[in-house]
Write a protein that binds this ligand. Structure first.
Ligand SMILES: [Zn+2]
Ligand SMILES: [Zn+2]
Length: 293
């Protein structure tokens, strides 16, 4: 059940809510003929239109005072997310990193993980599919085979734990993989933990996966932009349909492009509360939601 803010429960923090390129787009800032209103706003400190790659922190207060920090995905802008949100939420360690797929907006930040393993913790377990590890190795050969490093800086000490669709434990939290289609024929994972289902990148959700999502209190769902279908992501309209279908009492949308102007789009979506009984809003970077885990 979702809880009002308090110090005693667990929470998820949105480290990023944007698509791969992030928001703002540099070209919208440099093109004098650009009509984009979102990107110029996104450079303002605190604007909800400023979006780094979609990623969350799952933070639990465990017995004996230990705080557990599980991160899902560490993409190209992970460092920028971490410097803003880790101090704010007192996240000192990364106790597990869980990967949805091997696109750059989900794994592009792996090199930056060295700060944690060099300066705070012995090693860092990363839960990843075999096929994604192969892709990571082609991006960061020296992180997967540490004997190949040549610099003196000390690369990250990452422990890759190979997963499949079987549920697994990440720092004591059961993660249930949610296989979804992210473009035709390309299957990646969302995850269910407790009453939260997290699907950051998807263009189709099977009946089997919908059954795994059933009963979630909170659904986090991919919604790239309005109208124009993309092929690898849901549009806002498709996400609304999926939210209806999956039936969670609350849905937060992520993976937004600069086509989403946060405040007016959320005002439009808020109307669905009265007309269709649907609580669906875009999340924003830094949003924290208290949950029971
Ligand atoms: Zn723009
Ligand atoms: Zn992707």
């Amino acid at each position: 059940m979702l809880m009002p803010n308090s110090d005693s429960t667990s929470r998820i923090v949105f480290l990023g809510t944007g698509t791969s390129e992030g928001v703002p787009r540099v070209s919208c800032l440099t093109n004098p003929d650009s009509k984009c209103v979102v990107c110029p706003d996104a450079i303002n400190l605190g604007s909800p239109n400023r979006r780094r790659n979609t990623s969350i922190l799952v933070q639990r207060k465990l017995s004996r005072g230990r705080t557990s920090n599980i991160v899902i995905d560490a993409g190209k802008f992970f460092y920028e997310s971490a410097i803003q949100w880790f101090p704010k939420f007192d996240a000192r360690t990364i106790d597990a990193l869980v990967i949805t797929h091997a696109h750059a907006d989900a794994v592009g930040g792996f090199d930056d993980l060295r700060d944690w393993t060099n300066n705070g913790q012995e090693s860092l377990p990363i839960y990843i599919r075999e096929t994604d590890l192969v892709s990571v190795e082609s991006l960061f050969y020296y992180l997967v085979d540490r004997t190949k490093q040549t610099g003196g800086g000390g690369v990250a000490k990452l422990d890759f734990e190979i997963i499949d669709a079987t549920p697994f434990s990440a720092d004591g939290l059961e993660m249930i993989p949610l296989p979804v289609e992210h473009g035709r024929g390309h299957e990646i994972f969302g995850y269910r933990f407790g009453s939260v289902s997290y699907i950051s990148d998807a263009s189709a959700i099977s009946e089997d996966t919908a059954a795994l999502v059933a009963g979630s209190e909170l659904l986090v769902l991919d919604a790239l932009r309005p109208s124009r279908t993309h092929g690898t992501h849901f549009t806002v309209e498709e996400a609304v349909e999926q939210a209806h279908r999956l039936g969670a009492p609350r849905t937060l949308l992520v993976d937004a492009t600069h086509d989403i102007d946060h405040i007016p789009v959320n005002a439009e979506l808020a109307k669905l509360r009265d007309s269709e009984g649907l609580d669906i809003q875009y999340a924003y970077d830094g949003l924290d939601v208290e949950i029971n885990l």
